[in-house]
Design a protein around this ligand. Sequence first.
Ligand code: IFM
Length: 470
Amino acid sequence: MPVSFPPGFLWGTATAAYQIEGAAAEGGRTPSIWDTFSRTPGKVENGDTGDIAVDHFHRRAEDVRLMGDLGVGAYRFSVSWPRVQPTGRGPALQCGLDFYRALVDDLLAHGIRPVLTLYHWDLPQELESAGGWPARETAQRFAEYAGIVADALGDRVELWTTLNEPWCSAFLGYGSGVHAPGRTDPVAALRAAHHLNLGHGLAVQALRSALPARAQISVSLNPSVVRAASDAPGDHDARRRIDALANRIFAGPLLKGAYPQDLIADTASLTDWSFVQGSDPSVIRQRLDWLGLNYYAPAVVSAPDPDRRAGPRRDGHAPSDHSPWPASEQVVFHQPPGERTAMGWSVDPSGLYDLLLHYTREAPGLPLMITENGAAYDDKPAVDGTVHDPDRIRYLHSHLAAVQRAIADGADVRGYFLWSLMDNFEWSYGYGKRFGAVYVDYETQARVPKSSAHWYGRLARTGELPPPVA
Ligand code: IFM
């Protein structure tokens, strides 16, 4: 029997600044690495950029009203670092902070709890030019920025998350190069992972000293649920290697205060890890109030294939000649049979169940929040203008049923955030992939709630999982 979701469970939607805001040059905002990357020919499909995106910067009030009408109880958004601290150092830009204050005030007026992400991939370009995440200094800069945002919004935001999906920042940004800044250097990727971890730890310290005691602080990871293709020892070892690079490189220092020994051994031909300095592990391991987990699909791997020339890439991420897996480039990734989304990602809710139970064991007593889950489909308006997305409803229903099973089996899950509130800029895929519960007509910027938005709103209002039909 499915259990009910616990009282107080947060039903939210999620977005990120660069994917929705637009207004790229307004109010003193300077370019982030994603502005530079997306304006570089060939980096993003169709030459799309976030210059206008879905114009949320100007349509903030309308978008909050939309969420209010749907009945969601929480909204996870990110702050654009170059909008509030253009060069990534020094004083804040008040008009940037004013935008987020107004957003939070609108949310609170509609009874929607704001959940603030400090970093969803838009590093100020000036900091990248000074070395980016492979440089230690960037971690210090991130902590300074965290303090600025905390001072400005700490009186009205209770739920905070430092980084979103640091794996993508490090390994897609500096390894395979399919994300900004587009570098393809495996050692830079490992250094970036460490400095993201360090930046998280320093930022938590800055937040704790600036925020009231009621503030709750977290980080949002995108752990890979990695499965071995068979019981062969080589496939199990491939699983271990990818698990270390995808998951334990973050969970190890964040939750246990140490990098896994097998990760250090696997990458020894590339680096001696001397960029990890004396007290870094204890700085990284800060007390968290909850852990954010983003889940889309599992990965299936088998033993390295020495004949592979180009490195294998993570399923669903844009193709690259460079692997995001330092020293494990030849591990083979498989596409399991069965249903897929428009990203080519398999639909497998059992992965979400496994993830929640895994972190229940790994971090006993730490509440979990699903800070992203959702699916892209090729949604199109019908002649009457309505948008029906039964595949997305089925996806959401099956994944939420998996959450219920995980709760029944002991996972302390406190909330769920549908990715995404509305269609938006899907990174190197541009506007070609639609993840939204709300359809956006990119010509007119009109918003049309899809049938999944109404379905999800009903769930958010009642707390009861409706049948998987509109
Ligand atoms: O759109 C992204 C989001 O920015 C981070 N998590 C995955 C989503 C879908 O790819």
